[in-house]
Design a protein around this ligand. Structure first.
Ligand code: GLA
Length: 389
């Protein structure tokens, strides 16, 4: 993690003003993949990788945005914001500013510095964390209080999701922004993506979150995510034509698939089977975690990976290999591909006492078999976005 004192002094040197600094975490999803946009269940945890956003007011009506990662600074007019995205990293912070302005917030000129240590395109929600950190910073400089009844954590997550959907143009669900804003230390969170109610699921102190990066990149804006989502929605439309009360696959059952699956394309049927069974697994996994039944949790994660890989076809050879290579390592509780898919990271729940050896063994095996040296991190569940004092 970047030393916040250094981050502050760099902002001061660049913009001649002391910043207020906010941090928003990335996330790892333990189970519940591609269920959020079907109004289903997900069970992510915020992690100890984050984006920092430092903000200070300006008197010239400009918005200056500096990314320490890209070493690049851009200027905009607060009173004349770009109407659309430009496929540049500034789309994420600007999207948030545009959505907040659209909600009636008077946006003053400001200088914003952004830095993050979440590996980009690795399925750990770097973009959501930029959005959430920016949102907290912009609310602060605009004089809005957070959290408040006018702007709760779930509301903030929804606005950041809209920034990504409506401005950036990526059709993501609510999971990533929600957990970045509302994560809880030492807990995963079972989120009902229909009404955004949630319950905390404690991660035992002797369990490590080992995140293994296949080093194969994915992009939510890329075509596969959109295709899968369309296939899921097409399956839902078939069921809804018989049972109009089914608005999302959240409302559908395996029996529905057995009755009407033949009216779907083979791909839609498989995607729907993944989503419907994944919702059941996710709720069961939260119950297992609450009871401390780690063996059951591991079994559900294995089933979830098989379903993600075979029915949803959201995995890739490297991620399947990373999951397979973990299976017989001492201390493994459960492993699966996490996040949007088509590359990125696997999540391995591992007994803390075995975690270091696990990292070395898995890294060695993956490098030998795939020919890529992976980055593997021992993480812990962290709190949601907050101001740094
Ligand atoms: C990406 C999206 C999320 C969710 C996951 C898949 O991370 O941003 O909304 O759909 O993929 O579970």
């Amino acid at each position: 993690m970047h030393d916040p004192a250094v981050f502050r002094s760099e902002h001061l040197a660049r913009f001649q003003a002391e910043p207020t600094v906010f941090a928003a975490p990335g996330r790892v999803n333990l189970i519940g993949e591609h269920t959020d946009y079907a109004e289903g269940f997900v069970m992510p945890a915020a992690i100890n990788f984050a984006t920092l956003a430092g903000i200070s007011p300006r008197s010239d009506g400009k918005i200056a945005i500096y990314s320490e990662n890209y070493g690049e600074e851009r200027y905009f007019e607060a009173a004349d914001l770009p109407a659309k995205a430009s496929r540049h990293w500034t789309d994420y912070p600007l999207g948030v500013v545009a959505i907040l302005a659209g909600e009636g917030l008077a946006i003053p000129g400001f200088s914003l510095s952004v830095w993050g240590d979440i590996p980009l395109g690795s399925g750990l929600s770097s973009s959501a964390s930029v959005e959430v950190a920016t949102a907290l910073a912009v609310l602060e400089v605009s004089g809005a209080s957070y959290p408040s009844s006018a702007m709760t954590g779930p509301m903030l997550a929804r606005l950041c999701q809209r920034a990504e959907n409506e401005f950036v143009g990526a059709n993501c669900g609510i999971m990533d922004q929600f957990i970045s804003a509302n994560g809880a230390k030492d807990h995963a969170l079972l989120l009902d993506c229909r009404d955004l109610s949630f319950r905390l699921a404690p991660i035992p102190a002797n369990v490590a979150l080992v995140i293994a990066n296949t080093m194969v990149k994915h992009s939510v804006a890329g075509g596969e995510y959109t295709t899968r989502r369309a296939e899921v929605e097409a399956a839902c439309a078939v069921i809804a034509s018989h049972r109009p009360e089914v608005r999302f696959l959240r409302d559908a059952t395996v029996q529905d698939l057995n009755r009407w699956g033949s009216e779907m394309t083979p791909n839609s049927l498989k995607r729907a089977r993944h989503v419907i069974t994944e919702n059941l697994r996710t709720v069961a996994a939260a119950d297992a975690l609450a009871k401390g039944d780690l063996a059951e949790l591991g079994r559900l994660m294995a089933e979830a990976h098989a379903s993600y890989s075979k029915d949803f076809e959201g995995s890739c050879a490297e991620a399947d290999t990373m999951v397979a290579l973990a299976q017989d390592l001492p201390g493994l509780i459960g492993a699966r591909l996490t996040g949007g898919g088509f590359g990125g990271c696997t999540i391995n729940l591992v007994e803390q006492s075995e975690a270091q050896d696990f990292v070395e063994a898995l890294g060695g095996r993956y490098a030998a078999q795939v020919g890529i040296v992976p980055q593997i991190h021992i993480c812990h569940a962290s709190g949601g976005a907050h101001r740094l004092e």
